[in-house]
Design a protein around this ligand. Sequence first.
Ligand code: K1U
Ligand code: ZN
Length: 173
Amino acid sequence: MARRDILILPDKRLRQVSEPVKRIDTGIRALVEDMFESMYDAPGIGLAAIQVGAPKRVVTMDLAKKEEPKAPQVFINPEILWSSEEKATYEEGCLSIPEFYDDVERPAQVKVKYLDLEGAQHEIEANGLLATCLQHEIDHLNGVLFIDHLSKLKRDRVLKKFTKAAKRAAETA
Ligand code: K1U
Ligand code: ZN
């Protein structure tokens, strides 16, 4: 098990559309282990494989509170089957856009189909933070970031700040 570096905006790989997993083999199981290590280390409550540079449709998540035991969840090839008309607003963050948080409005409930690590198919109806986090992570699998749900003005401001920081880091490397 190894922690992998998390890609940071404006890394172009974050805009890639990830490929479905065809076979849950040792490579996928190792990827999932590394994703959990990277997610817990960050720390974060969710992670999409592309955030560690692997363009596969794999998501890890743990929504347990600090005082609760760990509750790791894996979603392979997750697909939104239905979204509610009702909306909910949450303040979102992203491990690929560190220290930036803003309110995002999304469907309040979603029905999601996915495979677990054994390849068994599941369907869940999610609401609250699980619904928000699933939509945020499935967006990552499609190359979409939560700043894409904000106004162009806000998005451009964030992009400019992170582009400048990346240039500065490259110059001093
Ligand atoms: O996908 C990611 O970048 C992870 C992201 C998930 C997420 C957070 C909030 C709303 C939607 C999706 C994060 O985990 S950001 C960090 C975070 O929210 C957090 C970190 C430590 C404790 C509690 C929350
Ligand atoms: Zn994110």
